[in-house]
Design a protein around this ligand. Structure first.
Ligand code: PLP
Length: 440
């Protein structure tokens, strides 16, 4: 046990982790540097970061351009307020840039420091929107089971993974969850949502929030036509549709925004992660012109919502440079092409290894399920810990992925940096195959 481990155990409470395990074993890896799709730990071991760390390092590690953009902005104006009547150039430029990248009619941005703040902000903006239109009873928010929207007050309540509610002690009243699209077709998923809206009382529902692809729930890709029907259903009941693009934004799914894969335009988009590729904390909420118009006409007095770091100039400068790289290097199309190759490789594994069940990917967001019987989708007993053992075997081979075990279903998730090349995808697939065969 080296001194870093001891100091870590003593002083560092890690996010989303087991404190007991940390005390017993200390951190498994202490990273020191990163370059491209690879990370290096303090012992010099190299890892392929096949999760883009937390689904966020789109342009890869160690990009000097971003360090320069941050340093230049820090030297000029590291921070200044965007509250009240103050503004600054990086914030203005970034709002304009994101509006230009977003689907039609989404042209105004409220900045935050990350995904949880973005979803809490979106939910507050939904309340605000209905309140100023004299519809304060439209306070309820419907999300999906197995969704992940973050860990702030409202985003925890919107999250559809109950373990997160226990930590909050209580959830906010007015949140409920409809069946996810997992192993479902559009018709039954939509009728489940319709039933939920009817049960809640359509006149009391303010918004429906969903990730275009449910990430932390196990990379759940919706069936064809689902989001078109969601749009229709929300319009039918006059409910706002918020797309949580915290994972799917900025090229992850082979389109600039994930929802574009299904030709649907939401009323709000929340984003974070890939907007800066993790080089600085920044997120935000894009709102439609129609909502913005209502705000402009009817929002009297102060909007009592804002973070010290809303639109942070240095984070904004970093985001601008990151988006510039995503565009100039054609990373959105590249993600689409590499995603196809990744999916082809997953399908080959499915054909060759009998414990590989469902496989899926959209752009560079993918998953492989491991099952006892791929014909019947029978799960492995939970105590076998199949997915965690595959992750461990991958780790030994220097690949970082994430295991999701949900209701006993073993899922291995993948979200490599958008700069991954064909050879590196082959390397990933080979090591995945070896790891599955080792555990099988
Ligand atoms: N929404 C989604 C879809 C996410 O995956 C996450 C984080 O993983 C969040 C929101 C929360 O973002 P943050 O961790 O930046 O608060």
């Amino acid at each position: 046990m080296n001194e870093w481990c001891e100091l870590d155990k003593k002083h560092f409470i890690h996010p989303t982790s087991s404190i007991q395990q940390q005390q017993e074993k200390g951190p498994k890896v202490i990273m020191e540097s990163g370059e491209g799709i690879y990370l290096k730990d303090i012992h010099g071991k190299t890892y392929m970061d096949a999760m883009s760390s937390l689904w966020n390092v789109h342009i890869g590690h160690g990009r000097e351009e971003l360090a320069i953009a941050a340093a230049e902005q820090m030297k000029t104006l590291a921070f200044s307020s965007a509250f009240s009547t103050f503004s600054h150039k990086p914030g203005i430029k970034l709002a304009e840039k994101i509006a230009s990248l977003a689907p039609e009619n989404l042209n105004a941005v409220f900045f935050t420091s990350g995904g949880s703040e973005s979803n809490d902000t979106a939910i507050k903006l939904v309340h605000h929107y209905w309140r100023i239109q004299n519809r304060p009873n439209r306070r309820k928010i419907i999300a999906l089971k197995r969704s992940y929207h973050g860990v702030a007050a409202a985003s925890t309540s919107a999250t559809g993974i109950p373990e997160f509610w226990d930590m909050a002690g209580t959830t906010i009243e007015g949140f409920s969850h409809a069946a996810s699209t997992y192993r479902s077709n559009t018709e039954s998923a939509i009728s489940a949502l319709r039933e939920k809206i009817e049960a809640e009382g359509p006149e009391t529902v303010g918004a429906f929030i969903a990730e275009p692809v449910q990430g932390a729930g196990g990379v759940l890709i919706p069936p064809e036509g689902y989001f078109k029907e969601i749009r229709n259903l929300c319009d039918e009941y006059g409910i706002l549709f918020v797309a949580d693009e915290v994972i799917t934004g900025f090229g992850r799914t082979g389109r600039m925004f994930g929802i574009e894969n299904w030709n649907t335009v939401p009323d709000m988009i929340t984003f974070a992660k890939g907007v800066t590729s993790g080089y600085a904390p920044l997120g935000g909420v894009l709102v439609s012109d129609a909502i913005h118009e209502v705000f402009k006409l009817k929002s009297k007095g102060t909007l009592f919502h804002g973070f010290t770091y809303s639109g942070h100039p240095t984070a904004a400068a970093v985001a601008l440079k990151n988006l510039d790289i995503i565009e100039s290097e054609g990373l959105v199309d590249h993600s689409h092409r590499m995603g196809k190759k990744l999916l082809k490789g997953f399908k080959k594994l499915k054909d060759e290894i009998n414990i590989v069940g469902d496989v899926r990917a959209v752009g560079l967001l993918g998953a492989v399920e491991l099952v006892k019987n791929s014909e019947t989708n029978e799960k492995f007993p939970q105590d076998l810990k199949v997915a965690p053992r595959v992750i461990e075997a991958l780790h030994e081979r220097g690949v970082i992925c994430r295991a999701v075990t949900y209701e006993g279903i073993d899922i291995i998730c993948f979200a490599p940096p958008l700069i991954i090349n064909e050879g590196q995808i082959d390397e990933l697939l080979t090591k995945l195959e070896e790891s599955i065969l080792e555990v099988k």
